[in-house]
Design a protein around this ligand. Structure first.
Ligand code: NAD
Length: 462
């Protein structure tokens, strides 16, 4: 192993709050976790403390000679939150705002997501602090290779398996595979990373999986009567924030399913067309110009206006903390589907729930990505290639099962608030007023219960 500087997990440092709201993603993940634990009185306090914190966080710092002739130092992180249910799994992000706490939060969400959807992985996440817009492809390849070599045996097919995330894609995953293969030659290393190009062991349907999973989950929730008067996405007006892998493909798939995409945005622009945006034209325009701005037939709007647009469905598909205490009152959507990880803060969650606006939470809604990553991992181990119908059929079964389970769990919790309060009292737990649980809390309860059960079945080592 290449001796990365391993930093022991410490309680998250306090970051300044924005207004009255603490926007540190790891603090938010911990608040969500704590809230869910109120509804699981049977779990031992010590186990809760363990599950709340990441197993490890690796920090690496390395130099790269960039194509402009400069030498620059980059910082990269890989956090393994929990491996109770299987190897670590989670994307690698390239973004200037990557931080230790962001990676910790994203890794913990992966643990709960894998448990919600039922794939046998734990949670992990990584990132490199960089601005890809100012780097060449060669720079990014060097950064990727050096990051992977510095992580050494901290990643591996049965240890921790990366995947794409913000500003990384199939090409980046191919570089990760190639680098790992160079230093671990002589065995089948394809399952070390997922989201690879299809001709390099990638799975058919992986590129679309996150968005397709969102659609499957949303359709199931709507068909179950979650949102009054909306039994399907057909005919629904949809606003999408973020037009990358998750957002642009969600636009295509929701439009195919009969929805009308009325506004989209990326990091540079937001545009609107109430009569409906053609997703294929938007993808072509973004490929040509680098942004959705200036798309023919659309009107420019601000990022704030985009989120406040009246619509049936809002799909945040960009970054964390987009819907927060400061803008939640302006939200006019009837249903929010979190394609992104962590787009809604706890303050916004409470306000939306009070207004009857349901949020299909990230750890359920966007779990299609990791589900098809799991299918890719299986195919790589077996040296098989499943056809697309098989992949999508299995994905639909996983998403449907998980959505049903979360909806059912929410009903169970909300139908037994008095019994849960009594159980808490019997166990001598602090007195709290248990409020009706939202879908995020129900999803967490399902996930935490699953991971805790397996932790105890295995027995705490040694
Ligand atoms: P991506 O890099 O392909 O796309 C990100 C998009 O968001 C880009 O269009 C970018 O311009 C836009 N964006 C960035 N900042 C923005 C802002 N402030 N306002 C509006 N748009 C902004 O990344 P992705 O893979 O699509 O990931 C998007 C989100 O989905 C992330 O939260 C990621 O963790 C989550 N996610 C992705 C996957 C996956 O398989 N790719 C799986 C699960 C969850």
């Amino acid at each position: 192993m290449n001796n990365p500087s391993s930093v022991a997990t410490a309680p998250a440092p306090a970051l300044p709050a924005t207004g009255t709201e603490d926007l540190n993603p790891f603090h938010i993940a911990q608040q969500q976790f704590d809230k869910a634990c109120l509804y699981i009185p049977e779990i031992k306090a010590g186990l809760i403390e363990y599950l709340k914190r990441p197993d490890r966080l690796i920090t690496v710092e390395f130099p790269i000679e960039t194509e402009d002739g400069d030498v620059r130092t980059f910082v990269g992180y890989r956090c393994l939150h929990n491996r109770v249910r299987g190897p670590g799994k989670g994307g690698i992000r390239f973004h200037p705002d990557v931080s230790a706490d962001e990676v910790r939060a994203l890794a913990s969400w992966m643990t709960w997501k894998c448990a919600v959807v039922g794939v046998p992985f734990g949670g992990a996440k990584g990132g490199v602090v960089c601005e890809p817009k100012t780097l060449t492809k060669k720079d990014l390849r060097r950064i990727t290779r050096r990051f992977v070599v510095d992580l050494g045996d901290a990643i591996g097919p049965y240890i921790d398996v990366p995947a794409p995330d913000v500003n990384t894609n199939g090409e980046t995953m191919a570089w990760i595979y190639d680098t790992y293969q160079m230093v671990h030659a002589g065995k089948n290393n394809l399952p070390v990373v997922t989201g690879k190009p299809v001709d390099l062991g990638g799975s058919l349907g992986r590129r679309e999986a996150t968005a397709r999973g969102c659609l499957f989950s949303a359709q199931r929730a709507l068909a179950s009567g979650l949102v009054d008067g909306m039994s399907s996405v057909e005919g629904a007006t949809v606003v999408i924030q973020g037009f990358g892998n998750a957002g642009s493909i969600a636009a295509e798939l929701f439009a195919e399913a009969g929805a009308r995409i009325i506004a989209i945005s990326d990091s540079r622009a937001a545009v609107m067309d109430p009569s409906g945006i053609d997703p294929a034209a938007a993808v072509a325009h973004k490929q040509e110009t680098g942004s959705v701005g200036g798309l023919a037939g659309t009107t420019p709007i601000s990022a704030t206006e985009l989120l406040a647009t009246q619509c049936d469905i809002l799909i945040p598909a960009a970054l964390e903390n987009q819907i927060h205490g400061g803008n939640v009152d302006s939200i006019q959507a009837r249903f929010i589907i979190e394609a992104a990880n962590g787009p809604t803060t706890p303050t916004a969650d409470r306000a939306l729930f009070a207004r009857g606006i349901h949020v299909l939470p990230d750890i359920l809604a966007n779990s299609g990505g990791v589900t098809v990553s799991y299918f890719e991992w299986l195919q790589n181990i077996e040296n098989e290639q499943w056809d697309l119908v098989e992949v999508n059929g299995k994905l639909e079964r996983y998403m449907t099962r998980a959505t049903d389970a979360v909806l059912k769990r929410q009903q169970e919790i909300n139908g037994s608030l008095d019994a849960l309060t009594e159980q808490r009292a019997k166990r001598g737990l602090p007195k709290v007023e248990l409020k009706r649980a939202d879908l995020r809390t129900a999803a967490y309860v399902r996930a935490i219960t699953r991971v805790a059960t397996v932790a105890l079945e295995r027995g705490i080592w040694p």
